[in-house]
Design a protein around this ligand. Structure first.
Ligand SMILES: C[S@@+](CC[C@H](N)C(=O)[O-])C[C@H]1O[C@@H](n2cnc3c(N)ncnc32)[C@H](O)[C@@H]1O
Length: 788
């Protein structure tokens, strides 16, 4: 061989070692040594992507300075090693894992367990170079030493396929012919299931560290996935890394194999010099993020592959189990966000300030949230959206408003119409199969689909309550006008936080319950104590309907509040929260009629006719996309008589101060909140913690889908006392004001003052269609004013 081709081969060897963090200086002596050992046979060095060379380098790294002692030499279980000078040790067959034979492999199982760090297999440096297992089999056959293949020990850090060899009594593994054959066969199998390990040694001169992952190695690979890495501050060692590789099977097909890690089949590349300095997260975790390009530094077989962003977010104490985030997002539009910010966002999203979790909270959901937050925070696209976000926070589905940058997680995100091909934003990992697949007007075909809302919560469109209500509540995109259900968690009952002051069962005194009752109070000869609050007569009929007289009064109160008792606070909490130097006068609160239901301290049972709201939804309801552009709405699938209970408005119980705070911080639009002021009365000045509201922005039930209708709505809200006689908190229950036909939309009058700007619910252009519409007039007036 001429010197030029020798130089060329040496250069290729250097190149091949570069991605492993091996400098030329380090490679040269080992290469020389190997050439000497292999009688200048370059082929043996180059075989399997320089496997022998890689292992020899690592061996040299691991060997103590006073190396040469036979004991150390025999202790390692991994790779091909350089035997001491003069010792006859022919190159080992290259396999995906160490198959040791002869005097060079005197491994002991116990010593093998001491091995902590994964080792390189030469294939890990091949960068897409294929390895033909057949050549290794034949190489193995050429072995004259016995091949020790005995009990398999999987060290979690090393990977499932690292095999250790139990020596014979004299320390030398030995096998008969059959065992040798089996060993060779296993080597072949190894290539089918090979799992390769990387030595994650940072080396300053390898700053072009690149991802060897083939594009397809990233799940859902897309161009531009990037890899990052988290370090545990407590360990100075880089965590073990996992390498994918391409292997040509005997049939010549190329297969992707990865080291099986405890958590997943994903991989993390050695980060080396591209690793940023670990950043403290302030919680004992440090992390670093690294971008990987595709391909490797190997001269051979360089392929254009997708870079991956891969961040380990948590690991067990020993690092043997890790959880990581892999991002497959176009890097031109994405940067790995600061993990501290991600966690903060997730915490806010899941825990927020109320310290309460929805009943359907799950770790799986939390992890999903983390992924969603990474996508949101890391995406330029989202950032751009956030910047442009509507300060009013109105995210009406018809308006398609993006989230705000201050707390994007705290607002539901609408998606664009995927039918028109616009729906491709980062937050649109959502699937609205109903709108994609279902034919218009189909109600049943669209069911049984899952819709992933932008915050990661999934909606089962055949039952958005996920079985939490007595009857399932389907969602249909009948007119194709909406793409995804707003993101929220379905809760069938209100969430009461510590912050919101609510007296519970202990405060129910004897006078507030009917402990002497039995069975069904409605059939008792005398109305029980619970009926006292409704004038000595139960509000419900034996059929479970609200009595007409009672109902009509409630309707009238809503329609003509000025004709009824109004309460005017001396110091109105709604004005106080605005914190203005001279607060405005109270605008008045309707003194409403309450229904008092029997409850836990009562002697009656659940069949009692005075327990309606607490039994939950009993009619068949459906969420649907409205034709008029009001977004989603709610309708009944059954004909409902007048006075029938439909559902409650369920949400998180918040103080109005909190709601105001969130609204002014643009974390919230107050679009899904109702004021609980029915019990505000003359008992002194109401404290801030007693001025409550129900907020269904993040957690709610079907009630959040009920649209507004001016005056002649078919639902009326009635305050219902169940758990507490304290009327600061009550159930906001909807009853029909008249007979409602099947498939008719259910509406209630929000009581919105379309002319004012002080109503807690943000005004909108009313599309209710009522002949008495207040909002439509309002928009006309606005139009006139604008034209003037
Ligand atoms: C409690 S939500 C009702 C459900 C909502 N349509 C949705 O898609 O989630 C209240 C919001 O619905 C819309 N909305 C309700 N009634 C409306 C009406 N009559 N006209 C126009 N928009 C209406 C407004 O955007 C309002 O802020």
């Amino acid at each position: 061989m001429d010197s030029q081709s020798r130089r060329e081969r040496a250069r290729r060897a250097f190149d091949a070692m570069k991605p492993l963090g091996c400098s030329k200086k380090e490679v040269i002596p080992v290469l020389k040594n190997l050439l000497h050992l292999f009688d200048n046979s370059w082929e043996l060095i180059e075989d399997d992507g320089y496997r022998a060379l890689a292992n020899a380098i690592l061996e040299a790294r691991d060997r103590p300075q006073d190396d040469g002692d036979q004991e150390h030499y025999s202790n390692t279980t991994r790779g091909v090693r350089l035997p001491p000078e003069g010792e006859d040790c022919r190159p080992r067959p290259s396999t995906s894992r160490a198959i040791h034979g002869g005097p060079c492999d005197l491994d002991s199982g116990t010593e093998a367990l001491r091995i902590k760090r994964p080792r390189i297999s030469a294939t890990s440096v091949t960068a897409g170079r294929s390895i033909d297992p057949r050549s290794h089999a034949s190489a193995a056959q050429a072995l004259d030493g016995p091949i020790g293949v005995s009990s398999e020990l999987n060290h979690p850090q090393i990977g499932a396929s690292t095999r250790y060899h139990r020596p014979t009594a004299d320390g030398v593994p030995s096998l008969g012919n059959a065992a040798q054959k089996r060993a060779i066969q296993m080597m072949d199998e190894d290539f089918q299931h090979a799992v390769f390990l990387r030595e994650p040694k940072p080396e300053p001169d390898t700053d072009d560290l690149q991802c060897t992952a083939p594009a397809s190695s990233c799940q859902n690979a897309q161009p531009g996935c990037i890899t990052s890495h988290l370090l545990n501050a407590s360990t100075s060692d880089t965590p073990p890394v996992h390498a994918p590789l391409q292997i040509s099977g005997a049939n010549g097909r190329t297969a992707q194999h990865y080291r099986r890690s405890a958590a997943s089949t994903s991989f993390v590349e050695p980060i080396n010099s591209m690793m940023k300095q670990p950043q403290s997260l302030g919680n004992g975790l440090d992390y670093a993020t690294v971008m990987h390009n595709s391909g490797t530094g190997s001269a051979a077989g360089k392929t254009q592959e997708a870079p991956c962003l891969h961040t380990i977010v948590a690991s067990s104490a020993m690092g043997e189990v890790e959880m990581s985030i892999k991002c497959s997002i176009d890097p031109s539009k994405f940067h790995m966000p600061d993990l501290a910010a991600v966690f903060k966002m997730v915490e806010e999203k899941c825990l927020r300030s109320h310290k309460s979790l929805p009943p359907d909270f799950s770790i799986a959901g939390l992890i999903k949230q983390i992924c969603q937050c990474v996508a949101q925070l890391g995406s330029d696209h989202t950032a751009e959206h956030n910047k442009q976000s509507d300060a009013s926070g109105n995210v009406g589905s018809s308006q398609n408003k993006p989230t705000t940058s201050t707390a994007p997680s705290l607002k539901p995100i609408d998606c664009m119409n995927s039918r028109s091909g616009k729906c491709k934003a980062v937050e649109e990992s959502l699937i609205m199969e109903a709108s994609e697949n279902g034919p218009p007007n189909s109600t049943t075909d669209q069911q049984a689909h899952l819709a992933l809302s932008p915050n990661g919560s999934t909606h089962d469109l055949s039952d958005i309550s996920k079985g939490q209500e007595r009857s399932s509540i389907s969602a249909v995109n009948e007119f194709g006008s909406e793409n995804c259900l707003p993101s929220f968690y379905y809760i069938p009952r209100n969430l009461v936080s510590q912050e919101s002051y609510v007296n519970s069962v202990e405060t129910i005194g004897d006078k507030d319950c009917c402990s002497d009752c039995f069975g069904n109070c409605l059939y008792a000869p005398e109305p029980c104590a619970c009926a006292r609050k409704t004038g000595g007569e139960f509000a419900y009929t034996p059929d479970g309907l609200v009595r007409t007289e009672f109902l009509d009064k409630c309707v009238s109160m809503n329609r003509f509040p000025e004709k009824h008792n109004m309460f005017f606070c001396k110091s109105c909490p709604l004005e106080r929260i605005r914190n203005e130097p001279s607060p405005e006068l109270c605008r008045g609160h309707i003194v409403r009629k309450f229904i008092k239901e029997c409850w836990s301290k009562c002697g009656c049972n659940m069949e009692c006719g005075n327990r309606v709201v607490q039994r939950g939804i009993t009619c068949n309801l459906q969420v649907f996309s409205t034709r008029e552009g009001k977004g989603w709405g709610l309708r009944t699938l059954d004909e409902l008589p007048k006075g029938a209970f439909v559902c409650e408005y369920v949400g998180e119980l918040l103080t109005n101060t909190k709601l105001h705070e969130m609204t002014t911080q643009n974390m919230h639009s107050a679009r899904y909140s109702v004021l609980l002021d029915a019990g505000w009365g003359p008992d002194g000045v109401l404290k801030d913690e007693e001025a409550l509201c129900l907020d269904a922005t993040f957690c709610g039930n079907v009630g959040r889908f009920i649209n507004h209708r001016c005056y002649d709505a078919n639902l009326v809200e009635i305050p219902v006392e169940v758990e507490t006689p304290d009327h600061h908190y009550y159930h906001f229950a909807f009853f029909t004001t008249k007979k409602v036909e099947a498939f008719e939309e259910l509406t209630w009058d929000y009581g919105i003052d379309f002319d004012g700007d002080k109503h807690p619910v943000k005004s909108f252009e009313c599309l209710c269609g009522s002949r008495y519409c207040r909002g439509r007039k309002h928009s006309r007036r606005l139009g006139k004013a604008a034209s003037k």
